[in-house]
Design a protein around this ligand. Structure first.
Ligand code: NAP
Ligand code: ZN
Ligand code: ZN
Length: 348
């Protein structure tokens, strides 16, 4: 079937309306009519060719929530009319060690990303969620709680799981001091989720204008990182830092905020490398770590966690023809705190 999309024709070119083909629904496939699609900063990095490998035309979008409009004969998890979600992955080998342990993002054969990659045949390009419809194999379609505002559910499929996963991995719990660096799409989910897990959360931001929001989202303290005094005041404070910053910044400065044996997890993926001194880790037995999205089991877990607690992303709903403007605003840090595209507007 044909579906209307917004696509980047080449690296850095504005996104424009276009039409693509989606495959016919196979026995294990689920077809979604997309309702909302979030704009992740990773969409911008990739549409602008900032991470190197990029295939064009590119239809970004890996925060997808929609309504099931067709299912294959062997599908058991979904019925027509159900809600469904799709995140950053649309397939993997499902037989390697990592797939077997529910870490499909680390599939030994290379998982199929939702866009800017290929299906497991290594030939068919994948196109993402800035579209009216998508067809995905059942295992990679998530169950969506029915009690949440759907525009704010879409971002849970990437921003949600990407912050939930390291919070779980590093044992976020009541009494833990967690610092979240960067208040954007990922950062605001990190604050909400860490606070919901009972942690004492500090927001570390370059934007004084976001202080009141940080408190509303669940942070009990705010540190302005453009002020050197903040790094003195909060030195040695945190058990865990979740760094969501999208641009080059000084990791050494943030490592000084950890208490001994503390961990800083990088989820923000700046295109440019940033030097890190061994001494930033040695004094205090500190750790710096990375974390990539989450597997399908963990993505379902964050959706269920948010469903039970009534947590959604704070979104600004936009029409498809505002995507390029939304990219500019996101780069400037002017998003409160995720853009969510009303997918009905891809039709016009
Ligand atoms: P976003 O909404 O643009 O938020 C990024 C925030 O970082 C900004 O709002 C800003 O917050 C802060 N920031 C920006 N430039 C900065 C600078 N030069 N110095 C210090 N802080 C700065 O982006 P997002 O969608 O949350 O994504 C964040 C990053 O995570 C991106 O690089 C994205 O590609 C990456 N990502 C990684 C994964 C993964 O699997 N690891 C998954 C999804 C996204 P303040 O105004 O508060 O300072
Ligand atoms: Zn993303
Ligand atoms: Zn695998």
């Amino acid at each position: 079937m044909q579906t209307r999309v917004y696509a980047a024709p080449s690296a850095g070119a504005p996104l424009a309306p276009s039409t693509i083909d989606r495959r016919a629904v196979g026995p294990r496939d689920v077809q979604l009519e997309i309702l909302f699609s979030g704009i992740c900063h990773s969409d911008i990095h990739q549409a602008r060719g900032e991470w190197g490998k990029a295939a064009f035309p590119m239809v970004p979008g890996h925060e997808i929530v929609g309504r099931v409009t067709a299912i294959g004969s062997e599908v058991t998890k979904f019925a027509i009319g159900d809600l469904g979600g799709v995140g950053c992955l649309v397939d993997s080998c499902r037989s390697c060690t990592h797939c077997g342990e529910d870490h499909e993002q680390f599939c030994e054969r290379g998982a199929a990303p939702t866009y800017n990659g290929t299906e497991m045949d290594r030939a068919t390009p994948t196109y993402g969620g800035y579209a009216q419809h998508v067809v995905v194999t059942e295992h990679f379609v998530l169950k969506v709680p029915t009690n949440l505002e759907l525009s704010g559910v879409a971002p849970l499929l990437c921003a949600g799981v990407t912050t939930y996963s390291p919070l779980r991995q590093y044992g976020c719990k009541a009494g833990m001091r967690v610092g979240v660096v960067g208040l954007g799409g990922l950062g605001h989910m990190a604050v909400k989720l860490a606070a919901a897990m009972g942690a004492e959360v500090t927001m570390l931001s370059t934007s004084p204008s976001k202080q009141a929001d940080a408190a509303r989202l669940g942070a009990t303290e705010f540190g302005l990182t453009s002020d050197a005094a903040t790094f003195k005041r909060l030195g040695g404070r945190f058990d865990l830092l979740i760094d969501t910053v999208s641009a080059k910044h000084d990791y050494n400065a943030y490592l000084r905020l950890l208490r001994p044996f503390g961990t800083m997890v990088c989820v923000g993926a700046p295109p440019e490398p940033s030097p890190m001194a061994a001494f930033s880790l040695i004094g205090g037995n500190k750790r710096i770590a990375g974390s990539a999205i989450g597997g399908i089991r963990e993505t379902q877990e964050v959706l269920d966690f948010c469903g039970e607690r009534g947590i959604v992303a704070d979104v600004e709903v936009i029409a498809a023809n505002q995507i390029n403007l939304a990219y500019e605003r996101t780069i400037k840090g002017d998003v409160r705190y995720r853009f969510s595209i009303d997918a009905r507007t891809f039709a016009s």
